[in-house]
Design a binder for this molecule. Sequence first.
Ligand code: ATP
Ligand code: MG
Length: 140
Amino acid sequence: SDKTLAVIKPDAVKAGFAEEIKQLIELHGFTIIIQQKFQLTRFRAEEFYEEHVGKPFFPNLINFMTSGPVVAMVLSKPNAIADWRKMMGPTNVLKARQEAPYSLRAMYGKDGTQNATHGSDSPTSAMREIKFYFPGLVLE
Ligand code: ATP
Ligand code: MG
């Protein structure tokens, strides 16, 4: 079935939320196909977020994403891409707390940048991002 790339970001890993978030992921019907903890270098973080180069929040984003380990996962489930983004909630944590109080970003995020989780936004980005973290993974 469909697959997406999910990341537990450094704020949530540091705060000790990774195991709880993974339990919620499985409770919501996703299968975690593969998972690994990574420390991103600035070079790797800039490559991952290349679509945002030049935006005002880019330097903060790179500082944040390299501030500690992340947990990257491939999630599988029908409609995985949209369902995972729905489970995360809005990008901005303050907006998430108002509009989707039980979303992961509302519950585990801190602010606009430190928002606990990442999810691919399209089938094309899911393919690219799964390859970025798990280049050897063979998907059926
Ligand atoms: P992600 O790609 O991490 O799943 P997203 O697709 O909801 O999040 P993007 O627009 O791709 O949001 O932004 C990537 C990341 O950059 C956000 O998750 C957040 O950490 C940071 N970011 C985005 N917009 C802002 C902003 N206006 N101010 C501060 N940080 C931001
Ligand atoms: Mg995005």
